[in-house]
Each structure stands twice: as structure tokens, then as C-alpha cells.
Write a protein that binds this ligand. Structure first.
Ligand SMILES: [Zn+2]
Ligand SMILES: [Zn+2]
Ligand SMILES: [Zn+2]
Ligand SMILES: [Zn+2]
Length: 310
């Protein structure tokens, strides 16, 4: 593709099936991401060697997760994390004694003195964090894996962008298109059947990056609407370097939306609920489609363009 190159509209007709949630989910081949596995295996092995033993002490012997205050212990000194404590009915899982309510302040203090690498070190994060700051960082680490951007199904796959692009293609059979301009036609023969669960996704590949175009029908308050919006497969800072426009029209009228793609760090639902996209009332959509009868087909032509801001 040539950035800023000529407008060469490719007409793509998507005869939307408006797949329903369950049907879509059952077709999925839910693979779990290699990153997820790697990430969870990481904890435990990355302390500087002198702190390795302490690090091991901080692993809850029951659930094997790292422990955070309040860390508990039984009268004989066996430690366990607070969520395990809540589950073991006041009985030490190691020695079966009554647990009581003893906190292990010494271990909590020792943990405070530790510094550990981010769990996403293997994905490129090279920062070191105080034990208690690590979790907070990891929630926002820019190297953390992304969630699958596919909407409408509870897909738990995570990974980096190249992995997710492959996953969308193979796992969700999503349409992929090269280029920064597009002409999409959305067709539905019985538009009265709109349910919340109707949506579709196309992925555009341009400027060496990938963008998800969402198109869906849902109920906004009392009004049935169609909405189209773009999400960027990457972090928000990078998303802001791009803009996009969407145009839909017919019968001599036209609606134009210009926006900034949202990062896929923002869930599909969040973007939809913030109405950050092109929203078309159904009555207008049917008007754009050409007819005026009740039994009419929805035929929306949506033209779009993505470009890079300087
Ligand atoms: Zn535990
Ligand atoms: Zn015990
Ligand atoms: Zn990190
Ligand atoms: Zn997925």
C-alpha cells in the first residue's frame, strides 16, 4: 500500500449473516495464547539469585501465586495467601491445625524490600519494580498481551498483535483487507430482526498496522441503530497517530463521521457504549437503502478511509 496514495475504492460486498452469539462461539477454535502460558510460568524464576529463596517463600504453598499483604500463617508458621485463607475453613492446609488470625508481618516486610522484573520481561519489558508495585505496573505494562478484539463472543485468547491477527483470520474467519480505503456494503434482508447480538468485523492492513472495522446493530435506548467504528490493534498512543472517516448515504443524503481509532485496549463494548463512531438510526438507514416500504432490505454503503496524522 502507498501511504497517502490514490483513492482506489474496492467494492466489497458483505452479505452479512449477522451471526448470533452462540453460533459464532461454537464455531470458534479457542486456542489459548502461548503468551498467556509463558507469562504465568514466569513468576518465580526471575529474582536476582540472592533473593530467589525469599521469592520462593513468597509463593503461597496452596495456590502457588505470589502472596501480598495480608499474608497469613498458622500457629506453627505455615504461610498462605489471603484468598486461600478464606477458602480453607480455618484449617492450615499444611499441618491441619486451627489457623486463627495470625498475620506474618515479617514476611510482608521482607517482600517490601524485594525488587523484581516485570512478568512481561520475555515480551520486552525490562523494568524492575518493588514487590508491591509490580502488580500495579503489570496491569498497565505496555508489553502486556492484548485481548482478542473479536466482539460478540467471550474469547479469552491473548497475545501480541501479529499473533492476534493470525488468530482473527484462522480462529474467527475474519475478512482481511489490504489498503487504507474501502467501500463496504452491508446487506440484510430482514432488518426488523435486529438483536443486540448482531455485528461484524473486518480487519484492514495499512501503514504496516492493523485496524478493526466494527459494524453492528443494537438497541440504543429505545431506538434501533447501526454503528460503525474503527479500533486500532495496538496501544492508545499509537492509535492517536491515525484518523479515519466513514461515509454512508443514499437518496441524495450523506452522513459523515471523522474520528480517531480507539485502541483495542478499550473493549469493544466500552467503545460502543461511549458512542465513539458513526451511528445511523434504523429509519435513516432504511431511507439510505432506497425504499420506503416496511418489508424492505437494508443496503448500506459505507465508504471509509484511514490516514496517518503527522
Ligand atoms: Zn494461595
Ligand atoms: Zn500449619
Ligand atoms: Zn512491564
Ligand atoms: Zn478470539
Amino acid at each position: 500500500m502507498s501511504p497517502g496514495g490514490g483513492f482506489s475504492p474496492e467494492m466489497m460486498e458483505s452479505r452479512i449473516t449477522f451471526v448470533e452469539l452462540d453460533a459464532a462461539t461454537s464455531n470458534l477454535e479457542l486456542r489459548s495464547s502461548p503468551f498467556k502460558k509463558t507469562a504465568s510460568n514466569l513468576s518465580g524464576n526471575h529474582g536476582i539469585s540472592s533473593t530467589n529463596d525469599v521469592h520462593e517463600l513468597l509463593e503461597c504453598p496452596v495456590c502457588m501465586n505470589l502472596m501480598y499483604p495480608p499474608i497469613h500463617q498458622c500457629p506453627s508458621g505455615h504461610t498462605l495467601c489471603s484468598s486461600c485463607k478464606a477458602r480453607v475453613h480455618n484449617c492450615c492446609p499444611t499441618c491441619r491445625q486451627e489457623l486463627g488470625n495470625i498475620r506474618c508481618l515479617a514476611l510482608e516486610k521482607v517482600a517490601e524490600s524485594l525488587e523484581l522484573p516485570c512478568r512481561y520481561q520475555i515480551l520486552g519489558c525490562h523494568d524492575i519494580f518493588p514487590y508491591y508495585g509490580k502488580l500495579k505496573h503489570e496491569k498497565n505494562c505496555k508489553h502486556r498481551p492484548f485481548n482478542c478484539p473479536y466482539a460478540g463472543a467471550e474469547c479469552s485468547v491473548t497475545g501480541d498483535i501479529p499473533f492476534l491477527v493470525m488468530h482473527l483470520k484462522d480462529g474467527h474467519k475474519v475478512d482481511m483487507h489490504d489498503g487504507s480505503t474501502f467501500n463496504h456494503r452491508y446487506v440484510k434482508s430482514n432488518p426488523q430482526d435486529i438483536e443486540n447480538a448482531t455485528w461484524m468485523l473486518t480487519v484492514f492492513n495499512c501503514f504496516g498496522r492493523q485496524f478493526c472495522l466494527h459494524f453492528e446493530a443494537f438497541q440504543l435506548g429505545m431506538a434501533p441503530v447501526y454503528m460503525a467504528f474503527l479500533r486500532f490493534m495496538g496501544d492508545e498512543d499509537d492509535a492517536k497517530q491515525f484518523s479515519y472517516s466513514l461515509e454512508v448515504g443514499g437518496n441524495g443524503r450523506k452522513l459523515i463521521w471523522q474520528g480517531v481509532p480507539r485502541s483495542i485496549r478499550d473493549s469493544h463494548r466500552k467503545v460502543r457504549d461511549s458512542q465513539d463512531g458513526l451511528i445511523i438510526q434504523r429509519s435513516l438507514a432504511l431511507f439510505f437503502s432506497g425504499g420506503n416500504g416496511n418489508k424492505q432490505e437494508l443496503k448500506l454503503k459505507v465508504a471509509g478511509r484511514i490516514w496517518r496524522e503527522n
